[in-house]
Design a protein around this ligand. Structure first.
Ligand SMILES: Cc1cc2nc3c(=O)[nH]c(=O)nc-3n(C[C@H](O)[C@H](O)[C@H](O)COP(=O)(O)O)c2cc1C
Length: 210
């Protein structure tokens, strides 16, 4: 089974979101005994933004069968899309930045959400062209954004859910470690709570086909 892990924190593998994503991957492995896993690590913090060639090509509604002729950001975009297409499962490890996804994740999404490639524009709106597959999202935030103790609005989850749906990814599940600025003992308790919730979720989720 191929997992694509998108790493969005400037702190990379030392980040809280990466740590949570590893907990999720461990649960996935545990719930698919006997299955071989290949994990592709895609750090996105150094990803170039889409450029003028890309914007122009997309606005001209290019022929998708001509993808091999892509250059620059368009070529990078095509490579990232193929990496996503080849994955059976997507894991996104992301911090909350200013109530939203960090700009690095936005840059990756700008590459993989491409008109006439991963979605079509129809009279009814955008229709995703990717095969649906499970998407697990590991979020870390300094303060809280869910439940009765939420201390800030959450634009991250609804927005991410909507843009992933636009390319056909509908099977999306969020997990979060919130309040990473707490005292260490309180943070440990928060991590433990999320670990328990995720263990329960994966123990009841039907395994993915091998
Ligand atoms: C630029 C920036 C913006 C941030 N904005 C928020 C925010 O809006 N809400 C929040 O709860 N935490 C915010 N934080 C704190 C991070 O979400 C928090 O430190 C988180 O644990 C980082 O996760 P990571 O270790 O995976 O990078 C922000 C941090 C940075 C660097």
């Amino acid at each position: 089974m191929k997992i694509l892990r998108v790493i969005c924190s400037p702190r990379g593998t030392a980040s809280e979101s990466y740590r949570l994503s590893q907990t999720l991957i461990n649960h996935l492995i545990d719930s698919h005994q006997g299955c071989d896993f290949i994990i592709t690590e895609r750090g996105v913090t150094g990803l170039a933004h889409v450029d003028a060639d890309y914007a122009e090509a997309v606005s001209k509604r290019r022929d998708p069968s001509n993808a091999h002729a892509a250059k620059g950001a368009l070529l990078q975009s095509e490579q990232l899309i193929r990496e996503l297409e080849s994955a059976d499962c997507l894991v996104i490890a992301t911090p909350m930045h200013n109530l939203m996804v960090p700009s690095a994740l936005k840059a990756w999404l700008d590459h993989v959400i491409q008109a006439d490639r991963t979605f079509r524009i129809t009279p009814e709106g955008k229709v995703g062209t990717l095969r649906d597959r499970p998407v697990f999202i590991a979020i870390a935030s300094g303060s809280t954004f869910t439940g009765a103790n939420a201390r800030q609005p959450d634009f991250l989850r609804p927005w991410l859910k909507a843009v992933l749906a636009s390319i056909g990814l509908l099977d999306v599940k969020f997990f979060s470690v919130e309040g990473t600025g707490q005292e260490p003992h309180a943070l440990s308790a928060t991590r433990e709570k999320t670990a328990k919730e995720s263990a329960l979720y994966f123990s009841s989720r039907a395994p993915m086909p091998a």
